[in-house]
Write a protein that binds this ligand. Structure first.
Ligand SMILES: Cc1cc2nc3c(=O)[nH]c(=O)nc-3n(C[C@H](O)[C@H](O)[C@H](O)COP(=O)(O)OP(=O)(O)OC[C@H]3O[C@@H](n4cnc5c(N)ncnc54)[C@H](O)[C@@H]3O)c2cc1C
Length: 460
């Protein structure tokens, strides 16, 4: 029987013109639109298992899709392949207020989970900038975001998974407990695997109490290196910031302009500042928060900040939202690429200096911001010439690796950074990753072309 009809025997299928453009791209810069041959929208893990069994038997590539907000091209399907869209597996199955756990299907968005947890005074603390992203996509990319400095990234907040292998096997890993020493940690292996090892059909997530009182301090600095140098001291101060972001002056100008936001910083301070630190503090007690704000202000000016401004609640919220949208602002301004390199915090000043030198040597314009508290630097790169751009990217990634960092801190490798990953990473690690991929997905149908080339020579 024809493949499409066999798929239709399992679940709802779209083909040809029924497939909207949205299924063919993510948000990555310069990413091409690739319309898949089939889109399926399963309602149960049993349907997912049947689709994968059929795809593996026929050697048809499968790309999972959450909300398509990824920025590494990892959700871009193959033209001959199937998109498994999780839009119909979007139930919050449980909010367990005793164990502080949420159990969700993969299509639930961060915004939906946030609204539901707010009703019971809890929060899922992983907060990547795009709240329309799905939990399945977050798990598959190991999403991070601004609150990682306090709460870690997705892998620190997922306790267990239900996942379907390309063999059709349905696994349950972990559970409503914080630790287990019972063999390999399959939960962690699947987190961040960009849809190449298994499809996630359920996630058990750690929740935290929602803290009521927050305040945001904005500290302008005369140069970017001084900002980067201040970060380890702020983290080590015991203030436990919820957010610790750096934003360079151009990015600040662009995001506040886009958001039509006035921060009330005197012109002479703004004009002489090259970068800012944004420090959000939280406390369940308002008086303690006030004391922390004072300590933070003194600490920041002692570290070289020109001043420290406590932003009114409305401005603070809007600044954080504008920062969340910095990627889109850069994209709209014509950025040719974006990187999300991660470094040991203390190596940030050296990386910033190296990045400036690399940009100057190749007549490339770099601007940025980042989750400085966890060493994550997001740089938008303006260089129209593709070859030069590739040289700049290679040199930036090599500098990050040399300083003990990694190519991607949160967006993933996908298609966008694959060639640098394969070229610059330790070959022994890549070889082991290929063997792991083969063990999970012997038919090689799960997101081929992401992380590794689609048909690697010999080693699989
Ligand atoms: C404005 C903006 C700001 C952003 N800020 C951040 C940020 O601060 N931090 C951050 O980490 N990211 C950020 N992102 C990137 C993006 O939001 C995250 O990567 C998010 O995790 C993607 O979720 P998604 O549902 O859109 O996934 P998709 O784009 O649909 O898919 C991403 C990957 O996950 C796989 N996948 C999706 N669902 C499943 C599943 N159920 N099982 C297995 N694999 C699956 C896909 O195949 C693909 O490989 C930002 C993006 C934008 C547009």
């Amino acid at each position: 029987m024809e493949f499409g009809r066999r798929l239709a025997g399992i679940t709802d299928v779209l083909t040809g013109d029924e497939i909207g453009d949205d299924y063919g791209h993510d948000e990555s810069i310069g990413g091409l639109l690739t319309r898949p041959a089939y889109v399926v929208r399963p309602r149960t893990s049993a349907e997912v298992a049947e689709v994968l069994t059929l795809a593996a038997a026929e050697g048809v590539p499968v790309t999972a899709r959450g909300s398509g907000t990824g920025i590494s091209g990892a959700a871009v399907p193959r033209a001959d392949g199937i998109v498994v869209s999780f839009e119909r597996m979007n139930a919050i199955l449980e909010i367990d207020t005793e164990n502080h756990v949420a159990v969700v299907q993969p299509g639930v968005t961060l915004r939906e989970l946030d609204e539901r947890t707010a009703e019971v005074g809890l929060v899922y603390p992983v907060y990547p900038g795009e709240l329309s992203g799905s939990l399945g996509g977050n798990v598959a990319t190991n999403a991070g975001g601004m609150r990682a400095v306090k709460h870690g990234v997705t892998r620190h907040n997922v306790l267990g998974l239900e996942a379907v292998l390309a063999t059709g096997e349905v696994l349950r890993t972990g559970g409503k407990y914080v630790k287990a020493s019972t063999g390999y940690d399959l939960t962690q292996l699947i987190i961040g695997s960009e849809g190449t090892l298994a499809l996630v059909t359920e996630a058990t997530l750690k929740l935290q109490p929602r803290i009521r009182h927050t305040a945001t301090v904005l500290a302008p600095f005369r140069d970017v290196t001084a900002v980067a140098a201040a970060v380890p001291t702020v983290v080590g101060s015991g203030l436990a910031p919820l957010i610790l972001e750096y934003i360079d002056a151009l990015t600040m100008a662009a995001i506040t302009h886009t958001a039509d936001l006035q921060l009330g910083i005197p012109d002479e301070v703004r004009d002489s500042s090259q970068a800012y630190l944004v420090v959000m503090l939280e406390n369940r007690d308002e008086d303690r928060l006030t004391a922390d704000i004072e300590t933070a202000g003194e600490l920041l000016t002692g570290l070289g900040a020109v001043d420290a401004y406590v932003l009114p609640g409305g401005s603070a919220r809007r600044l954080i939202q504008a920062r969340e949208q910095a990627f889109n602002t850069g994209k709209a301004a014509g950025a040719d690429d974006v990187i999300d390199t991660v470094l040991p915090r203390a190596a940030l000043p050296e990386f910033m200096a190296a990045a400036t030198a690399i940009a100057q040597a190749h007549e490339t314009f770099l601007v940025g911001c980042g989750h400085a508290g966890d060493g994550n630097v997001h740089l938008a790169l303006f260089q129209k010439d593709a070859e030069r751009r590739a040289t700049v990217l290679r040199e930036l990634f090599a500098a990050a690796l040399r300083l003990g960092g990694a190519i991607s801190g949160e967006h993933g490798v996908g298609h966008a950074k694959k060639k640098y990953f394969l070229e610059l990473e330790d070959p022994a690690k890549i070889a082991l990753m290929r063997r792991i991929k083969h063990a999970f997905d012997p038919a090689g149908v799960l997101n081929p072309g992401v992380l590794f080339d689609a048909e690697p020579e010999g080693s699989e």
